[in-house]
Write a protein that binds this ligand. Structure first.
Ligand SMILES: N[C@@H](CCC[C@H](N)C(=O)O)C(=O)O
Length: 294
């Protein structure tokens, strides 16, 4: 039987981005890709991202997080999920032992200081964007990642070419469009996600700039598909928009699930993301879920 049988989880969301939080602190256990897919397959624990808490690794941090997509792949960043973890570690009666209003969380991509702004609203310091082609990563050199060349060309949307590329600890490609709702993202997203220029695949965004401080955004997430919000994509988009002179360094990003406030701070180059969290329910995993999942 899987160690996850009867294990407690929280089902949350950040602007409709479906997040399941699982606490494995105090154990050496690790969720496999098959177990993550099994958790995603149950409507009670369905997620776009599974945030798994582990004991801290770096001194001074509060927890190490592994982040799984629906397909079982792992990511270095999830902005909406990190806010949910902040809420869980501060407020949940079982997971919430953190004192104070700040936490430092760690992923394979780095440190994520997280601050409670009000009851359910959190700001995550998503760190500096990574803009060099080999940091994103891209499969070949581009001196300027504000616009890159891709191999995929769509007969139905030939204007979707030359996206910006940014890593926020995970790879993002941002296509600049006149109307973000004019495209069948479910059809085009996977084609761009798997373009050979993205050796680790990429999260694909359609960004419509509607003012110097406002962007409408839809996202096809690597490993998860269309989601109602993607925090790291919102951060990557404001960075790319500011680099291209399309907006300032602070903007509201409107996603199908609601708004995020993003600021690319002068001075230390860090990107701050502020937005809400919501607890939907808690539950325990049915042992039957993991039959056949190793
Ligand atoms: N929803 C997340 C990003 C999720 C990670 C992504 N699918 C990846 O594989 O990089 C967010 O809020 O940032």
């Amino acid at each position: 039987m899987s160690f996850l049988a009867n294990h407690r989880f929280l089902k949350m969301n950040g602007l409709g981005n479906e997040i399941t939080v699982l606490d494995l602190r105090g154990t050496p256990l690790r969720v496999s890709a098959a177990e993550a897919r099994a958790i995603a397959a149950d409507p009670r624990s369905r997620f776009d991202q599974l945030m798994v808490l582990h004991d801290p690794v770096t001194p001074g941090t509060d927890a190490y997080m592994r982040i799984y997509n629906t397909d079982g792949s792992e990511s270095g960043a999830c902005g909406n999920g990190t806010r949910c973890v902040g809420w869980a570690m501060m407020t949940d009666p079982v997971m919430g032992h953190a004192s104070g209003r700040t936490l430092v969380l760690e992923t394979k991509a780095g440190l994520l200081p997280t601050e409670q702004v009000s009851d359910r609203v959190f700001t995550v310091d998503m760190g500096p964007p990574r803009l060099a082609w080999n940091e994103i990563p891209l499969s070949r050199p581009f001196p300027d990642t504000r616009t890159i060349a891709i191999e995929t060309s769509l007969a139905e949307a030939p204007e979707l070419a030359g996206p910006s590329a940014v890593s926020m600890g995970n790879p993002h490609a941002i296509f600049w469009v006149a109307d973000a709702n004019a495209y069948d993202l479910k059809s085009i997203g996977p084609k761009f996600e798997h373009d050979p220029v993205f050796p680790e695949r990429a999260n694909i965004s359609l960004a419509q700039v509607v003012g110097s401080d406002r962007i409408i955004l839809r996202v096809w997430e690597r490993g998860a598909g269309i989601t109602r919000a993607c925090g790291s994509a919102a951060c990557a988009t404001v960075v790319a928009a500011a680099r291209k002179g399309l907006t300032g360094r602070k903007a509201i990003v409107s996603l199908p699930g609601g708004d995020l406030l993003i600021e690319w701070r002068e001075g230390d180059d860090h990107v701050l993301m502020t937005g809400p969290t919501e607890l939907e329910h808690e539950g325990t995993f049915s042992p039957a879920l993991f039959a056949g999942a190793a």
